[in-house]
Design a protein around this ligand. Structure first.
Ligand SMILES: C[S@@+](CC[C@H](N)C(=O)[O-])C[C@H]1O[C@@H](n2cnc3c(N)ncnc32)[C@H](O)[C@@H]1O
Length: 182
């Protein structure tokens, strides 16, 4: 076996997904070009949705300038999914978090993306960062606008959080996990 160090570009990042129509996310990210603010996914799981958002940002030349945020508490907590599945535990464990973070940060390095993960519930994130998120890239800036947001955490929360996001950015694109765009 060779002792040569392996370049990060030789390792393939691996992401899991749990539904279909992911091209909608890539399309939404592309369409957010020219809209001010971070690209966000609420509910990251194994990173498949965020990968598609990142692909759209890369394809449309928005990286590394546009920061990307992932928001997910993991920790195998009780999770209210929707009216049909109600509340329960899934497999969103801290082990899943660690595997996802390895792959996401690898992918972001390969694609030159300025990525920040917040291991928080969406409500905690918006309470604690109500006035914005400090982001560091050559200089410090406060990000308090969101250009494209994929809601894929608890389904009921999208209604709760939308008023806090709406009009934060002109032309902003919001995608709910049913994949309807508003
Ligand atoms: C349906 S999965 C997300 C799937 C992922 N977006 C994809 O495209 O593959 C739901 C995720 O929401 C996370 N979650 C649960 N409660 C949350 C909350 N209050 N805020 C943000 N994320 C939450 C879970 O930990 C889980 O990873």
């Amino acid at each position: 076996m060779s002792n040569q160090p392996v370049s990060i570009h030789q390792i393939a990042a691996q992401f899991g997904t749990d539904s279909g129509n992911y091209e909608v996310l890539t399309d939404a990210a592309i369409r957010s070009k020219g809209v001010e603010g971070a690209a966000v996914e609420i509910g990251v799981r194994l990173g498949g949705g965020l990968q598609k958002i990142i692909d759209g940002l890369v394809e449309s030349g928005q990286t590394p300038d546009k920061p990307v945020f992932g928001i997910d508490p993991y920790g195998n907590i009780e999770y209210y999914r929707d009216e049909i599945f109600k509340e329960g535990r899934c497999d969103y464990t801290n082990e899943m978090r660690d595997i996802c973070m390895i792959n996401l940060y690898l992918y972001c390095r390969q694609k030159n993306v300025n990525f920040y993960m917040f291991n928080l519930e969406d409500t905690e994130f918006f309470n604690r960062y109500a006035d914005g998120v400090p982001v560091y890239a050559d200089h410090k800036s406060l990000v308090n606008k969101y250009s494209v947001v994929h809601f894929d955490g608890p389904h009921t929360h999208s209604k709760l959080l939308m008023p806090r996001l709406h009009s934060s950015s002109r032309g902003q694109i919001l995608v709910r996990s049913s994949f309807s765009m508003t």
